[in-house]
Write a protein that binds this ligand. Structure first.
Ligand code: NI
Ligand code: MN
Length: 228
């Protein structure tokens, strides 16, 4: 699988020949400097939205319209986005799974909140567990470290995980390293850090926390693509 990071919590993964874009946030993303919305949209087959906060949904409408991608999100976010003229959705909710043409998506518990930008209720915040013939990965979404993560190994052996490490609004790197142990994953792409003053982190301290846990932390430059 190949993963491209766009800064903050926006990234794409190519799996099963499909491009999955997570938490589209480009135009006002302070880390997505020089990254064009059209380039991110191009070839996108699915857009997965973890929750309704601005920094996870801001470019969903534009990218869905440009790409014709199907949006996978909570029921309430589906209702909200469908009023903007979008028609291709798979609404889901926590605990549910569905088999797509690239693999299966299971919506997992995230301990966070999920108001939409205009104050509308966004339903449950979620993470996503993707299982496929090519491999498995877990994106926790914005979340605290939570014991619910202990369930992940029951469902899948992970090739990699995408976890927030920026603290303040989500778990920080110490808790993210503990989360990686809990989910049984030795390779983590760190997200949700450095984009705003509230979540600036010490990279050396983050690397040390993961080293001590025996887990590989990858901090990728926005725009960079890695094998994972
Ligand atoms: Ni959030
Ligand atoms: Mn966020």
């Amino acid at each position: 699988m190949q993963c491209t990071y766009y800064g903050h919590a926006c990234f794409s993964v190519v799996v099963g020949g499909k491009k999955l874009l997570f938490d589209p946030f480009i135009t006002e993303n302070p880390l997505a400097v020089g990254i064009a919305l059209d380039d991110v949209a191009r070839g996108t087959d699915y857009i997965l939205i973890s929750h309704g906060h601005f920094d996870h949904i801001a470019d969903a409408e534009a990218i869905a319209k440009a790409s014709g991608a199907t949006i996978i999100c909570a029921w309430e976010i589906y209702e909200w986005l469908s009023k903007k003229g979008l028609t291709k959705f798979r609404p889901m909710n926590t605990g549910g799974q569905h088999m797509f043409d690239f693999g299966t998506v299971r919506c997992t518990v995230a301990q966070h909140s999920s108001g939409l930008p205009d104050g509308s209720y966004g339903g449950n915040p979620m993470g996503f567990l993707i299982t496929s013939s090519e491999g498995n990965f877990y994106y926790s979404g914005d979340t605290a470290l939570t014991l619910d993560m202990q369930l992940i190994p029951r469902w899948a052996k992970l090739n990699f995980a995408v976890l927030p490490i920026g603290d303040n609004f989500t778990m920080g790197y110490d808790d993210a390293a503990a989360a990686a142990k809990m989910i049984g994953c030795t390779s983590v792409l760190g997200v949700h850090y450095d984009s705003f003053d509230f979540i600036k982190i010490n990279h050396a301290a983050a690397a040390k926390a993961f080293d001590e846990a025996g887990i590989r932390l990858r901090l990728v430059k926005p725009g960079e693509t890695i094998d994972c």
